[in-house]
Design a protein around this ligand. Sequence first.
Ligand code: DAK
Length: 264
Amino acid sequence: MADQTTSEAYENIIVRRQNRVGIIQLNRPAAMNALNSPTMAELLAVLRQFDRDDGLGCTVITGSDRAFSAGADIKQMAQASVVEMMAMPFLDYWDQLLHIRKPVIAAVSGWCLGGGCELALACDMIVASETARFGQPEINLGIIPGGGGTQRMARAVGKALAMEIVLNDRRLTADEALRYGLVNRVAPVDSYLAEAIKLAADIAGRAPVAVQLGKEAVNQAFELLLTAGLRDERRLFNALFSTEDQKEGMTAFVEKRAANWQGK
Ligand code: DAK
């Protein structure tokens, strides 16, 4: 099949589609892709639109080679009171990230700090360039991570290292991030994005409903105790026997042919 690429215009992000992969590029180069409310609004609107689009199976979020994102926009928060912080729509966008059903891969190069690192951690997988640097430097601003950094970082790399990252601004190189299980793979800076898109295309070519329920089931491992998680997995597993794709997948195996997924 010929490679189909289309693009759409936004103010703070660049959106394009490549066959069954949606690609969102953070695009605030003058601010190192700092995440302000308008950027998060556009990002979430597009993620939700992709979730509803049967023509797409997986999303890649990326930044520039120099910076995935340097975090939440400090200039937006600097003078805010606690009441103003609590009322910022910014918070809702972070909550909405939890409800994206299709897999999202972060393709990270350069700075991946603060809220930028939290955004990457909220994605389902991370492909990093060799120049990627991960950190939660909020302590330097007199605050702690607020977008999931303490929780997801601790789950990803363990308590000991998470404490150093959160309390003492320890930054991880791409190789360290790979070693500690924060990222899936590391690639040269000129190919990390292509690598992430290739991974996304592979996933997008698989049985769509099973992919979404697989994502849901793995995420439950971080929410539930083992017995409840196993029960949940069993329900999702059984539910897939009501899909046409389960019949097609097993029939295709028996008939020794490739499956033709319908997403039903
Ligand atoms: N916000 C706003 N502008 C930023 C920025 C940021 N986070 N990071 C960089 N910039 C801007 C700089 O101000 C500068 O702008 P101009 O001065 O040119 O106008 C421009 O980007 C280039 O930055 P530098 O001149 O500093 O470039 P360098 O190469 O020297 O340094 C750097 C790059 C990324 C190491 C450095 O800029 C830096 O340390 N940036 C700040 C990193 C940081 O502290 N990040 C944590 C921010 S706090 C929440 C969700 C999320 C969050 C909180 C709550 N809820 C849901 C409740 C997240 C909080 C954070 O992320």
